[in-house]
Every structure is written in C-alpha cells, then in structure tokens.
Design a protein. Sequence first.
Length: 607
Amino acid sequence: MAVGRRTYTGPDMATSGSRPLPYDRPTDPGKRHSHALTDGPDRAAARAMLKAIGFTDDDLARPLVGVATSWIETMPCNFNQRRLAEFVKEGIRAGGGTPMEFNTIAISDGVSMGSEGMKASLVSREVIADSIELVVRGHLLDGLVCLVGCDKTIPGAGMALARLDVPGLVLYNGTIYPGTYKGRDLTVVSVFEAIGAYRAGTISLEELYDIESAACPGAGACGGQYTANTMSMVMEFLGLSPGGLNGIPAEDPTKDDAARRAGELAMTLVRHDIRPSHLVTRASLENAIAAIAATGGSTNGVLHLLALAHEFGLPLALDDFDTIAARTPIVADLHPGGRFTAAHLYDAGGVSLVMRELLKRDLLDGGQKTVDGRTIAKIAAAASETPGQQVVHSIDDPLKPTGGLAILHGSLAPDGCVVKLAGHERLHHRGPARVFDSETECFDAVKNRRIHEGDVVVIRYEGPVGGPGMQEMLSVTAALVGEGLGGSVALLTDGRFSGGTHGLMIGHVAPEAALGGPIAVVEEGDEIVIDVEARRLDLAVDDAVLAERRARWQAPPPRYGGGVMAKYAALVSSASDGAVTTGQRMAAAPRARGVSVVSEPSPITGG
C-alpha cells in the first residue's frame, strides 16, 4: 500500500462508459464476514475510506485478515512485534489475503512489579481480549493473527479467538536470550533476588548494578519458564499456535520467517474455515495442563486456562489441575526451579521434546489437532533432539515424579488455592502468621528484616476484587529468597505469584479477603498449618474464636472509586473461576456454542 495524496487510477478507470466495476466481481469464498463490509454499491462509502489509506480494489476483493499486535515501548517483551508484523503481512498477502494491522495494549509485569502499577496487569488481560474482539467484530474481519509477548497478551489473545471463533492463530514473538554475569546465566528474576541479597548485605551495591545491567540483553519476554514462556507453550499444546514457531527466541534470525509462515498459515485456516472451536477441546485443555506440570510452569497458567475454558464453553475446574499434575512428572529443567532458560530449551530441540516424553506414558492425547494441520503426536514424532542436551529429561528419569503444582483446600481456602512445586519445596510447614493487608506493607517488612525463619507470611486484600487486579508478589518472594529465607518461611496470599517465584508460596487463596474469605480474619501470631501431601491449608484457631472475628469483620472500602479498576472489581469473578469478568461471583455454566460450519450464522455478524 502507498499512502499519500494521489488520484485513484485503479484498473476500473482504464475504460469509459459501461466499464467493468468491482461491484460486479464474484465474492471470494474466504470473505465470509468482510463481504458485508466491502462488497456492492451500498458499501461504496466504506470502500472510499479504505482507499484513502492505500487499499485497492484488488485488496478489498480478498479476505481481510487482522494482524493484532501488542507492540509497546514500556518493556523488551513485545518490542520486536512491529518488525514481525511486516513478515506476518507478507505471508497473508502470499496466501491471497489482505492484512489489516491493529494494536492492543500490554502491561509489563517485570517493570511494574512491586508498585501500584502491577495491579493493572491482570486487568489488562480482559482489556486485550475485549479490544481484539471489538476490532474484529467492528471491521468484520475474516481471520486473525495475534502477535503476543508479555504475560497477559497471550491468554488475552486466546480468549478473543475463543469469543470470535474466526480462523486464526497466536504467534509468540519469542523469549529473550539470557544475560550473563561472572559466567552464569541471568534472567530478570536474578535481579529481583539480587535486590534481596543486597538488602541482606551479601552483595554490594556495585554488584547489584552490574547484575541489573547484564540481565536483559535485548528484545523478548522474560527468559525462564515464567508466565510468558509457560503460556507460549500452552498455546502450542492447545493447538492455537503452530508447532515449533513460538519457541524461536525473539532475536533469532529465523523468527522473521516464522512470522511469514504464520501469515501464510492463517490464510490456509481462512480458506478451509478452520476455527478455534475445531481445535480446542477438553482433551487439549488437559494437554495444556500437563505441559505446565511437566515444565514447572507458572501458576498463572491455572488462572488463564480456567478463563480460556470459560470462553470456549468447556468444563474445567480448579481441582482438575491437581489431578493432572499428580500423574505428570517434571521432565524439563527450567528456571525458576531448574537450571535452564527457554532459549536453552529451543536449542535442545524445543517444546516437541516435552510432547514426545509425555506421550511415552500416554500423558497427552496425541490425536488433538493444531492450527498447522498436524496432531500433537505428529509434532512429537518430528522432534529433533540436540545430542547431549540436558534440558529435557527422559520420562524414565524425570526430575520429579509429580508435576509442578498442587491445589490445596482447607479452613483457610475453602474454594481452593495453588502451590507451586517445581523445585525442592517443603511439603509441610507449621508456623505463626505474619499478617499484611497489602504487598507494599509486606515488602517493607521484608526489606527491613522483620520476617524470620519459620514465619508464615500472609498478604491479603490483593485478590481480583480487593487489589483490585490480583497483583503478583515477585518483589516479596524474590527478596525473601535473596535474604536466604526462601527455604525456611512460607507465604500465602489471595493475590498471585510471578512465574519466577519459587519456594513454599501459596497463591489464589479463595474466597479472597475482600469478599470475607477466611484469610480476612487471620490475626498476627495465629498458627497456620500447610500440608501439601494431604492437600490442606488450615488455620489452627478454635471455631468459636473465628465466629467472633467474622461477626466483627467489615469489608474495607474499595481502593478505587472509579475508572477501569473500579469497573473490574465490580465485574470480576473468583480466582478459583479464572478471574473472568462475568459480573457474577460464582462460576457460570459453560456457554453453549454452535457447531462451526459455513452454513451457521456468522459469529461476528449474527447472520
């Protein structure tokens, strides 16, 4: 497209009189939705506006495919998307379509962590899904490629695809390469832990600065099996991303070609009307959970898969994660519990190695299809392992016999909570509660060395409603690890943790404090009992005492009186339901969805 002041001289201007006009062209079968936007004399005004920015009659005669990016200049995670979008568009044009690029937002968890800005992160997932949905519905696009990077852009894009059910896919712009310092690999989590080490006096201010300056060497999302790389892998196991393309690091020279191939593939999906609902099933959700468990992935995957299941109208419950993790060994030695980064996994042979090992024990449904036309089993069969790689273990010699997370219930979490078990966490802990009504209060206590061995740190009023936005606690957890307390204290919260968290850390405690959950009535010094083997989280306080505390408890005033944060707090559901903005506090029944066939009413237009 050329943009600028000009006189239109399209092919229909070559003759005079009864010359052929584009209105007479037969509609391309791939224009299942956009024909209502662009075709026929009644749509001349819309066509006039599109010609103003360089689209031609030939462009508008082809299927219109959205290219949704989340490029932003607030982080490295999404920084290469402007370039990748151009290659995606090349692929769409090569496949016979017309790309239309548009933006959505992103919030950097790593940058905003430990500040009030972190509360915007989970809220952004809903805004991302909503904005992609609105653009595609508003412009009747026939297909969609979503370029994603930082944490919430990935599930947000998947949720939008579920709602729209138009042919489309998700392409991750890639992981950052690890930094290096004194011969060891670094990620951004290394910096958070170095802050704690500096506060504990074990490293100098100069060394903290050197680690800060070395940890993040270029574009790409945070390098361990944190939330972004966990959700990138989830998209491949769900079938919404092409096998092997997500794992290519952001600054690998082959990433551009991967973007081009994604654009071409999107046109194949459009031509054959292959929709997300054809691919995402209950079995593929279970595959995705197994991927998280087998790689020690982020507990945020629990929230996001519950939300995706809701959007697809598929049944999925919190306890399903425990059932699947309990039967799934950890086979990938990845940060934060292990030794390697996502870039190392790519060098070792990629995600398909994990698929291959899990299929050896029938821990995946290998028959599930993906956007690239292959089944999970075919992708696994094509795995190419780098000789001598140490990242992915044989399932006959796993790192741990069970997966990287567990779901606990008990008097402190009647609706459940999530504990990460990717490293060498303790399975039992009993200690006095140290109670904080915000992450900021707690971080101040950690920074000033007021947390001691054996304590159970309780951070409350940071749930989906109370925060609002359920901010992550990496600043606190990393500082505890940096101070040398990671192996001797426990932490529980109605908020959530970064994928970079390790140690005995329990999040998503539900019901949350702002809604009167039991965590709201814990007092300083109460004894808390954590028994991961029994799947219990309990408060060792007499029932009569708890009843008296509940009787005098009052909900705190909302932290925001208006704007998007107040709107979110009014609409968001429990973490145990995925923190979706249904406007209902209890899990809604799965939405009915029609069989995706050409003759059904359009999911965009309703007709």
